[in-house]
Design a protein around this ligand. Structure first.
Ligand SMILES: [Ca+2]
Ligand SMILES: [Ca+2]
Length: 386
């Protein structure tokens, strides 16, 4: 034991003597490479910064990735190197414990560059768009309902693994629950013809071949709506009185879905009819203010494209907000796609009367048949105002 301690003391003594005598300098040479796991074959580590940790000594690589760190005081060092694959992707490498002796040149092991943020935003899409048969293009946005005019469309975009600037990848596309389509990218770009179902199409696009789509970081979801046969409904309700013009009275549109017996009216202005969670077949009721600023003005009801079925249109005379006249004759303008009809109540109505105007059949095989029947204070089936 005593012997070992003595040897150590002698070693320290000689070592410190030589340092104090003259400061010695050496050189470190080496090479910077990119990790082969990234699959980036044509990366050139040219003008990459290389430096000694805990010193100001820096070098820049030549076009073969070689560097020389000069005039390094004797000692042991860590060496770092950094470069950018592109504006987003910093790559970095480090080697440790390289010892330099005075007057010598050390050849260090290669510095291997890998992405700094390997786990952050690994994947990304750009310029995802669809083009229909007429050449009309629209960009896609996540969780959007986008209406397209044909069932055959082209889906194009740019897809990359973030750190992998050069390597092409595979994009997987799934429409509703159909088979997954796999398409190779070319310099990141891909293009695929797809066929849509009528109405709603849930689109999923992700980077990679993973069937289970477990890597959700790359998942892009949106909805494309193809309506091959638009059945638009537009109802406008107006009325006049013999005394106070349109301010007299408050009439309400009731459009009843005969399949479900649900009514769209001012207290149920936007029910989900037809396909669930799909807005294009839902009615929307607009209750306008009148010339006096009251909310009981004219009313309008629209369906972008109604689901097949029968819809009964009624008008209810809720109340007369004016003193004076109570007898009022409302009228309906009905647009079924481009065909237009006007219906007048067959007689002036009193408060509490219900006018059954027509039944609208979808698809529109013919114009809506007028029923034009008024029931006087006899109906309790229409919802009451709260
Ligand atoms: Ca009303
Ligand atoms: Ca719906």
């Amino acid at each position: 034991m005593k012997k070992i301690v003595l040897v150590l003391i002698v070693f320290v003594f000689f070592n410190s003597c030589s340092k104090n005598d003259t400061l010695q300098f050496g050189t470190i040479k080496g090479k910077v490479k990119i990790s082969p796991e990234l699959g980036i074959n044509n990366y050139t580590p040219y003008l990459v910064s290389v430096w000694l940790e805990t010193s100001q000594i820096v070098a820049i690589t030549d076009s073969a990735g070689n560097y020389s760190l000069l005039n390094i005081p004797e000692g042991t060092y860590n060496i770092k190197a950094q470069d950018y694959l592109n504006e987003y992707n910093l790559i970095e490498g480090k080697i440790s414990n390289i010892t330099v002796n005075g007057g010598e040149t050390v050849t260090a092991s290669d510095i291997i560059l890998t992405p700094v943020n390997n786990n952050v935003n690994n994947f990304y899409f750009n310029n995802l768009e669809i083009t229909d048969s007429t050449g009309y293009s629209q960009y896609l946005y996540p969780y959007q309902d986008l209406v397209v005019s044909s069932s055959n469309i082209k889906l194009t975009g740019y897809a990359k693994k973030n750190y992998n600037y050069y390597l092409d990848t595979v994009v997987s596309i799934q429409i509703n629950e159909n088979d997954i389509i796999k398409v190779n990218t070319s310099k990141g770009w891909f293009s695929q013809d797809i066929i849509l179902n009528t109405s709603k199409n849930d689109i999923k696009v992700w980077i990679g071949e993973d069937e289970n789509n477990s890597n959700n970081s790359s998942l892009f979801e949106t909805t494309l709506v193809y309506l091959n046969n638009i059945q638009s409904v537009n109802v406008e309700l107006n009325w006049e009185s013999d005394y106070y013009s349109i301010s007299a009275g408050d009439f309400d549109i009731h459009l009843i879905n005969n399949n479900t017996n649900d009514s769209c009216w001012y207290n149920n202005t936007n029910p989900d009819w037809g396909i669930e969670d799909f807005s294009y077949d839902d009615p929307v009721l607009y209750d306008y203010t009148n010339a006096y600023g009251n909310s009981y003005g004219s009313e309008q009801l629209r369906i972008y494209s109604a689901a097949n079925g029968a819809y009964t249109l009624k008008v209810y005379y809720f109340s007369n907000h004016q003193s004076g006249s109570t007898k009022v004759t409302p009228y309906i303008s009905l647009y079924l796609n481009n065909s237009y009809q006007t219906f007048y109540a067959p007689e002036a109505m009193s408060v509490g009367d219900t006018w059954t105007v027509t039944v609208i059949n979808v698809p529109f095989e013919k114009s809506a048949i007028s029923i034009n029947k008024i029931e006087h204070l006899s109906t309790n089936y229409l919802p009451k105002k709260k």
